[in-house]
Design a protein around this ligand. Structure first.
Ligand code: G
Ligand code: G
Ligand code: MN
Ligand code: NA
Length: 249
């Protein structure tokens, strides 16, 4: 309850900030995009992780306002970043908003951000959450030229059959799998298999949570397209973006 009121105040008073985590080509050198990740810069408590306040925002209905705030700010900031992709997370709750597509469209128009550079990250809960209206929204977003990424792939109930049916452009392998490379033969085999099947369906694969050279080498070996993780770069404030833009393809 307290946190809810605090969060409402934070949105109103501009205490939220967008950080950006670079995404790399499989060589681990060329920057191909950035994932927008919200941060709460609290006046007394310092940085508060979205892991703490996103669930509260979802329970209280503040989430869509928050996500649209992130989308608007990220599009405005990233507009001049050449042709790199911008990935933005949306909550399943956002897809219960009747005019979600209209809100996204207006933000793209007002910021002048090209839809082809935008990728919306959704979680598989959206596909399994018994929200038929979500599919219409996803289709509408795709018709606008926006790409759809399935986040945290493998952590839940996703199957590649669903991915084909729902026309996902990118799958992001959950960091739990990446972190088990070298520890678990099963994790390595699953990643290999997911990459092969995704490639056969012309879907791009991004591995999340890459923290070691060994993990990167394995992902290169199996033909993963893109990588993201602390080995290469963590989320950075917009003031630090320049050094990564210099490495953009
Ligand atoms: O950045 P961090 O790893 O702390 O993020 C924790 C969780 O919060 C992740 O699951 C991430 O997807 C989610 N998250 C980060 N930023 C946003 C956002 O702007 N909107 C939504 N809905 N989720 C976000
Ligand atoms: O659920 P989602 O994938 O959107 O979550 C992204 C979160 O993962 C971000 O909050 C970011 O801080 C975190 N993250 C990014 N790279 C790494 C990594 O290499 N290791 C770990 N443990 N977390 C990471
Ligand atoms: Mn994400
Ligand atoms: Na993820």
């Amino acid at each position: 309850r307290d946190l809810e009121l605090e969060l409402q105040r934070a949105l109103a008073e501009g205490e939220l900030a967008v950080y950006y985590q670079p995404q790399f080509a499989i060589d681990g050198e060329a920057v191909i995009g950035f994932e927008a990740l919200v941060r709460w810069v609290h006046p007394t408590q310092g940085l508060i992780s979205p892991g703490e306040f996103i669930p509260i925002a979802e329970q209280t209905g503040l989430i869509t306002e928050l996500d649209m705030w992130v989308l608007r700010n990220a599009c405005a900031q990233a507009r001049g970043w050449g042709s790199v992709k911008l990935a933005v997370n949306l909550s399943p709750v956002d897809f219960r908003t009747r005019d979600l597509e209209a809100q996204v469209k207006r933000i793209l128009e007002e910021t002048g951000f090209p839809p082809e550079r935008l990728e919306i990250e959704i979680t598989e809960n959206l596909l399994f959450g018994n929200q038929p209206e979500a599919f219409a929204s996803l289709a509408a977003l795709r018709r606008m030229g926006i790409r759809i990424a399935l986040d945290d792939f493998g952590s839940g109930y996703s199957s590649l059959g669903y991915i084909r049916r729902f026309r996902v452009d990118t799958i992001k392998i959950d960091r739990g799998f990446t972190q088990n490379i070298g520890q678990s033969d099963d994790a390595a085999a699953i990643i290999d298999c997911v990459v092969r099947l995704a490639r056969a369906l012309a879907i791009t694969v991004t591995a999340e949570g890459v923290e070691t050279r060994e993990q990167l080498r394995y992902l290169q070996l199996v033909g993963c397209h893109h990588v993201q993780g602390y080995l290469l770069a963590g989320p950075v404030p917009v003031s630090s973006i320049e050094r990564y833009l210099e490495r953009a393809t």
